[in-house]
Design a binder for this molecule. Structure first.
Ligand code: AMP
Length: 380
């Protein structure tokens, strides 16, 4: 019997455990929150990620360790890696935790990135604004997610406000100024690399955000072959450079037909949730296969899929259940503003049928805005 240890017990751990059950796997999650949603049916070790006694118990009870949460302290991941196999490796985790390190790596690998500059002081911010150009976005280097820890700077006169908002964090998590990209599209590559170096990528996914949080994903994205190949090649280069094992996502902007890398997530990713019903083998199962050294599964899409994220609260479930290709994913979390509490996957064999299903669901739930862009793409 193999037990997979997961650092972090949120919805990603929950969906990983659901995918691992048919493989006969057991799980143990480590999370400081007693109400971590994976713990509704996965054994929980409730402790802080820095608690060495808890880490020692965790290492004793599991055969391999992985993550549902990338902001686990790098030292804790390294501590565990000296005692039990940890995938992805702690260096990959450390790079992906730091926007400056990851953007520098992308650039070294010849992958396009928006202009960026590190910012430590108010003076740096002025210098960085001249170097990078405005408009720009000031971001925390570490611990930011879903648009948190970001400040849009439109013009010179916003610099003081940006510093007032984020300057206090410069010392603790570092800051980065990044050119604002007026992108045509946002896409992501969700890919998996095995212990033996085998690499497989899912079809490219197109994503739409609202207030910095993913609202909808459509896959396979309708992009030309050259763009798709370039995106997949970039993901492969990153994975190989980091000797990455497991699933990861590379988020990219498309600007004037070219790709600019935004960030990577060293874990299964929200923009890969469509793969649960929309791909031959889901990102969750493929992640487990990779970290356990099992044969990787097919990343081929089954028709066309659209994932709709439920933020804050769940809408009416039966509207989705009534759809032939409708699949409901409730994370078992209590509602809270800005919180990801579930998603729906809608799948169809033909683009026209998926567009119709999205139209019905969007109308019935009063969420026409959320489905408008995916429908427009499907009908283009
Ligand atoms: P992030 O936390 O970096 O993934 O940012 C969340 C979202 O904010 C992205 O998915 C984009 O929609 C937007 N965003 C972040 N950085 C930029 C940028 N440099 N230019 C334009 N939009 C951005």
């Amino acid at each position: 019997m193999i037990t997979v240890g997961i650092l972090g017990g949120g919805q990603l751990a929950r969906m990983m455990a659901l995918a691992g059950a048919p493989l006969g796997l057991r799980f143990l999650v480590l999370d400081s929150a007693a109400d971590a949603c994976a713990a509704q049916f996965v054994p929980l070790l409730g402790a802080d990620y820095r608690d060495e006694e808890a880490l020692a118990e965790f290492a004793r009870r599991v055969d391999v360790v992985t993550f549902d949460f990338e902001n686990v302290p790098a030292e804790s991941a390294e501590w565990l890696a000296r005692r039990v196999p940890v995938f992805p490796n702690p260096r990959a985790l450390a790079v992906a935790q730091d926007r400056l390190a990851e953007k520098s790596l992308f650039r070294e690998l010849g992958i396009g990135v928006p202009a960026f500059a590190a910012v430590d002081t108010r003076e740096d911010l002025g210098r960085a604004a001249r170097e990078v150009g405005l408009p720009a976005i000031l971001k925390t280097r570490r611990l930011g997610y879903d648009g948190k820890g970001q400040f849009r700077i439109r013009a010179e006169q916003d610099l003081d406000a940006a510093w007032a908002a984020l300057g206090a964090q410069a010392e603790r998590v570092g800051l980065l100024l990044e050119a604002f990209v007026p992108f045509e599209r946002e896409v992501s590559v969700v890919a998996v690399r095995g212990r033996d170096g085998e690499f497989r990528a899912y079809p490219l996914t197109e994503n739409w955000h609202e207030s910095g949080i993913l609202a909808a994903s459509l896959a396979p994205a309708a992009v030309d072959d050259a763009l798709r190949e370039a995106a997949l090649a970039a993901a492969r280069r990153v994975a190989e450079a980091l000797d990455y094992v497991g699933v990861f996502a590379l988020e990219l902007f498309v600007r004037d037909g070219h790709l600019l890398a935004n960030e990577m997530a060293p874990r299964v990713h929200n923009s890969g949730h469509w793969t649960i019903e929309g791909a031959e083998v889901s990102q969750f199962e493929n992640h487990l296969r990779a970290v356990l050294g099992l044969p990787l599964g097919s990343t081929a899409a089954r028709g066309v899929s659209c994932m709709l994220n439920w933020i804050g609260a769940l809408p009416e479930r039966d509207v989705v259940l009534d759809e032939a290709g409708g699949h409901w994913h409730d994370y078992g979390k209590s509602p809270r503003e800005g919180r990801k509490v579930g998603h729906a996957n809608l799948r169809a064999d033909r683009a026209a049928d998926l567009a119709e299903a999205l139209d019905r669901v969007g109308a019935a739930l009063g969420r026409r805005a959320q489905v408008a862009a995916p429908i427009a793409r499907l009908r283009a």
